[in-house]
Design a protein around this ligand. Sequence first.
Ligand SMILES: [Zn+2]
Length: 270
Amino acid sequence: MIVTSKSANALGCTSGSWRIWSLSDGHVDMPADLLRQGPGLGKYTLPGLLQAEPSLVRLSVNCFLLEQPGNHGVLIDCGAGGRWEPTLGHLESAMVEAGIDPSSIGVVALTHTHLDHLNGLITRDGREAFVNLSKIVIAHDAVCHFADEPHLERFRHLLVPIEDGERLTDHLSAIAMPGHAPGHMGYVLDSGEDRILFCGDLIHVPAAQFARPELTWAYDDNQSTARATRLRLLREVSNTQAWLAGAHMAKPGMGKVVEEGSGYVLRPIA
Ligand SMILES: [Zn+2]
C-alpha cells in the first residue's frame, strides 16, 4: 500500500487498482476496567504510563472506504452518527476533508451491529448519509440485531446477508471473526499487491492487546471465542505480512503486525 494523502482525519492509500481510505469517526473514552486478564478472569490494570487518565482508555473509531474506478465505493462500517458521544459521528466531516462525495458510496459492509459501527447510516442532523446506497452487507447472524433497531427500519430492505468466505466483489470477501458480537464479520481485500484484513472489533485496546492478545474485553459476547479468534488472526497476519485495519486501533487504524517477545507490535502505516 502506498500512502497518497494524509490529513487530520483521513488517510488515503493505493493498492493495485484500489484506493483505500481510513476515515475517522472520532473517538470514545471507555472505562479501562473493561479490559480483563482473560475469559472469566479479573480486571487487567493498564500500566499507568500508557495514558494520562488511567481509569479510561481512548478508543479510536475508524471506518474504511474501498474504491475502484467505475464502481460505487464500499464502506466498511459507518461510525456512530449522532446517537452516541459528541466525540463520535464525524465520518461525514472526515469525508469532506478527504474530498469524498458520500453519494459515491453504494455499499456499506458491516462488521457487526453495535451502534458505533452502524448508526452513521444517519448523519448527525438526521439525514440519510449515503443517498445512493444500494446494499448493506451483513452477516446472517447479525440481521435480527439490525432489525432490533427501530430507527433503522428504513434501511432493512437493503440488507444483504452473507456467510463466511462469500465474495462481495472480485477482490473482496467476508471472513467470520466470531466472539465479539453475533455474526462479527471481517472483510479481506486481495488487491493483487496487498492483502488487507479489515477486522472490526478484533482489538479494542491496541496499547495492551497487541503485546498481550490473551487479554479480553468485557463487552465481547464470548470472551474465550473472541480471544481464540484474535490469537489466530494476529498469528496469521504476522506470518503472511498482511495489513491489518481495525475499527478501534489508533487512528488511522492500519498497520502491519510484527511478532515481539510473547506477543506482537503494530507498525502503523504512517
Ligand atoms: Zn466497536
